[in-house]
Design a protein around this ligand. Sequence first.
Ligand code: SAH
Length: 356
Amino acid sequence: MTPLADVLMRRIAATGPITIADYMAECLLHPEYGYYSTRDPIGAAGDFTTAPEISQMFGELLGLALAQSWLDQGSPARFILAELGPGRGTLMNDILRATRSVPSFQAAAQIHLVEASPPLRERQRRLLSDYSPTWHESASTLPDAPLFLVANEFFDALPIRQFRRDPKGWCEHQIGVKDGTLIRGLSNPAPLANLSDRLADTAPGDIVENCPSATPIVCEIATRIARNGGSALIIDYGDWHSLGDTLQAVRNHQSEDPLANPGQADLTAHVDFEALAIAAKSNGVEVTPMVPQGVVLERLGITPRAKKLGKLLSNDALQSHVAAHRRLTHPNEMGTLFKVIALYNRGSPPPPGLAP
Ligand code: SAH
């Protein structure tokens, strides 16, 4: 049993079953035993790998897309270049290297990072020390200025609630305790106003998820972009509309039961992009169509970039470069599962690669 399992079982014994969102929040960010609070989980030696860790091309292309969006919006002389959940800082580092050639971009940029994990903040601090970033606990304290933002695999780490449709309403998936182990259970059915829009496209037995903390974050970002200009690129796995149980646990690059090792496995859920788009639009910004990651990277020129970099490589390095290009873009790898949307200022062109 993990130390966090013990904490959770005592809490449940005292106050009753908890929601999946409470469980995820404790597992990921419990100050003493939470997954992100206690480790750097990313990379071959960790539990999972992300696109920026697979190839520098990912950050270079997204960085140049953001810089083009900045140029398209009149090159504001001072702006916030922000990232949500920057992991090891690799994506921001690649963005900053690739955009060095864009005149005035870096002189105008102030780097702001929203990061909850102390060990990952430390890695970011080491990698990005030349750029003097400012860290934030949440997007709500980002300065009020034009905002150009990126978030890769951030929203999938936010806690979700899960509901099963029942003839009498919705039953919430909960976590309780039986015989000294954590178990799944269901609340009694009740009608829920915030799921009434899902009555038309679901039937009894279907599971839907929602992510209560994603909406306020998107509202913050959209409000700033609507007020001061800017754009935001959101990349994650998921789809336009949530349906089914997508909660998953990954430890040491293997999937496992999300209840097996609380605090020691990464927990994620697919991102419901429609919910992000609705929250953004209702706060005054435009939202691009959702485009598969492989398509966006091709439109941004990953193939010519890969060929150019490949000319500098040989043997094993060349082989792993070719494999990385495939992994980021191929439909059987990350190319289709991962999606991209952008939020952008009304009246401006959408960031490149995402035009309707
Ligand atoms: N974007 C990085 C890392 C993805 S992992 C990459 O692509 O490699 C998820 C990241 O989000 C981690 O940096 C994690 O610490 C951070 N994170 C998770 N939940 C968070 C929260 N509620 N607030 C701020 N950061 C969070």
